[in-house]
Design a protein around this ligand. Structure first.
Ligand SMILES: NC(=O)c1ccc[n+]([C@@H]2O[C@H](COP(=O)([O-])OP(=O)(O)OC[C@H]3O[C@@H](n4cnc5c(N)ncnc54)[C@H](OP(=O)(O)O)[C@@H]3O)[C@@H](O)[C@H]2O)c1
Length: 266
């Protein structure tokens, strides 16, 4: 597929389409004429988005309400899209959340649910839809990671590790699938003005507040990188600079800096 390929009439599946980046991914894809499958737990915001996108862009939109942290959720979703006779050309694996705070002080089940969503279901969906794409010899997979995936982050221990998984998984798959016509692109955003901080329980933002990007900016960077067939992209110049600088900082110091930034101390 070339950089200028048309997405008109193709089907794109976006997880986490009820708020934040997911709404923007869906909107940008609809602007390019792609039909959409919107997936998240909350139906009302997805129905509202679906109505808007059908009206503004004359695309077909299917809403699938699903808890993607449930075991078998990925298989259930694949069964549903197969039942609709839909071949997914673009998979945006974006649903996810963080849990901020003391790891051992939090109920283990909350962490396990997060890991099932951020890691397990993301992997299952990539396998289920990626296998179809590889058979057809075309398709795009976009994975939302985070700049927190580039180093260990006290306070976000399990979340940051889940995003390190997404980053490495996606970049490796990029190399495996590119020769078969399927591109895999990892998007690593930094702080952005979505519900993420509230859901994670992170109140003191300090420096993070100054680094905030809009969800639209982040989604545009992700879709552009995906269409350029890039393996990964860090969203925004400042976040890219942080990731670059990290290479020259000892890992122990990285941990100290990120602990303090996350706590809003610097
Ligand atoms: N905003 C940031 O600062 C930031 C930075 C780096 C990376 N990220 C990543 O960006 C992605 C999108 O987050 P966001 O910032 O757009 O936050 P957001 O506004 O809270 O959106 C999260 C989306 O994930 C969905 N979701 C959460 N749990 C789910 C579940 N169990 N099953 C199905 N869907 C579920 C939510 O929908 P429902 O609640 O309706 O299910 C929502 O649509 C996440 O992977 C996040 O880790 C965010």
């Amino acid at each position: 597929m070339s950089q200028r390929e048309s997405l008109a009439g193709k089907w794109a599946l976006v997880t986490g389409a009820s708020s934040g980046f997911g709404v923007e991914f869906a909107t940008l894809l609809a602007q390019q004429g792609a039909n959409l499958i919107l997936v998240a737990r909350r139906v009302a915001p997805m129905e509202q988005l679906a109505g808007r996108l059908r009206g503004e862009h004359r695309v077909r939109v299917v809403v699938e309400a699903l808890d993607l942290s449930a075991p078998e959720a990925a298989a259930a979703l694949k069964t549903r899209t197969d039942a609709h006779g839909i071949a997914v050309d673009v998979l945006v694996n974006n649903a996810g959340y963080g849990l901020y705070g003391d790891f051992v002080g939090q109920p283990l089940e909350r962490t396990m649910n997060m890991l099932r969503l951020n890691v397990v279901t993301l992997t299952e969906l990539t396998h289920l839809y990626g296998a179809d794409m590889a058979r057809r010899g075309s398709g795009h997979i976009l994975l939302t990671a985070s700049i927190l995936g580039f180093q260990a982050v006290p306070g976000y221990a399990a979340y940051a590790a889940s995003k390190a998984y997404v980053l490495h998984f996606g970049e490796a798959l990029h190399a495996e699938l590119a020769p078969r016509g399927v591109t895999v692109t990892v998007l690593a955003p930094g702080a952005a003005t979505t519900s993420f901080g509230d859901v994670a329980g992170q109140t003191d933002k300090g420096t993070l507040q100054k680094l905030m990007m809009s969800p639209r900016q982040v989604a545009e960077i992700g879709i552009a990188a995906m269409l350029r067939r890039r393996a990964s992209v860090v969203a925004g110049f400042r976040n890219g600079f942080i990731v670059f600088l990290n290479r020259f900082i000892p890992r122990a110091l990285q941990r100290r800096i990120f602990r303090r930034v996350m706590a809003g101390e610097i």
